[in-house]
Write a protein that binds this ligand. Structure first.
Ligand SMILES: C[S@@+](CC[C@H](N)C(=O)[O-])C[C@H]1O[C@@H](n2cnc3c(N)ncnc32)[C@H](O)[C@@H]1O
Ligand SMILES: [Zn+2]
Length: 151
């Protein structure tokens, strides 16, 4: 039985949802794509902020272009309180459950976006209690809370 299914999401367009209860640590789906250099992805209009971005950053030099139909994992949305995390190297990138997930819950992971001058271009609609309003990686979210406090 497949662990996930595609469904309309409350966060954004489509998302992946748990098709059954999933235990913490379980490997759920592979993030498939083609390796491209960061230098290329930074200038390619395909990865322009105005469009949905299907890109997974592997390291400083390489990204995984996941904009292919065969890459069902591309539909996983970001959350500030995610239930999945992504591990791996090169082309072997997998999405794992980081907590027990109940059937029907939307799968999500932290997109890992850094905090920079562009952060307002990525408003977050994850709807979780921990949501900071923008898609920013966990380690940088305190910066938003701080700037809100003083604004
Ligand atoms: C990899 S796609 C995710 C799948 C997308 N929902 C779809 O149906 O194609 C990434 C895009 O989804 C949207 N997205 C994902 N998580 C989001 C969130 N928490 N809040 C707002 N938009 C989000 C953004 O437009 C982002 O560029
Ligand atoms: Zn959020």
């Amino acid at each position: 039985m497949k662990l996930y299914k595609i469904k309309k999401s409350n966060i954004d367009k489509n998302g992946l949802y748990a098709n059954c209860d999933i235990k913490k640590g379980r490997r759920i789906i592979q993030y498939k794509g083609k390796i491209i250099s960061v230098t290329k992805s930074e200038i390619d209009p395909k990865f322009n902020n105005e469009r949905a971005i299907y890109l997974f950053n592997i390291n400083k030099k390489f990204d995984l272009d996941g904009d292919f139909k065969f890459n069902t994992a591309r539909l996983i949305n970001h959350s500030c309180d995610p239930n999945c995390e992504v591990f791996g190297s090169g082309l072997k990138i997998w999405v794992y459950a980081m907590k027990d997930i109940k059937k029907g819950e939307e799968l999500s992971y932290d997109y890992g976006f850094s905090f920079d001058e562009d952060y307002k271009q990525y408003p977050c609609r994850c709807g979780s209690e921990k949501c900071v309003g923008y898609i920013i990686r966990e380690g940088s979210r305190w910066r938003i809370k701080k700037s809100r406090k003083f604004s």
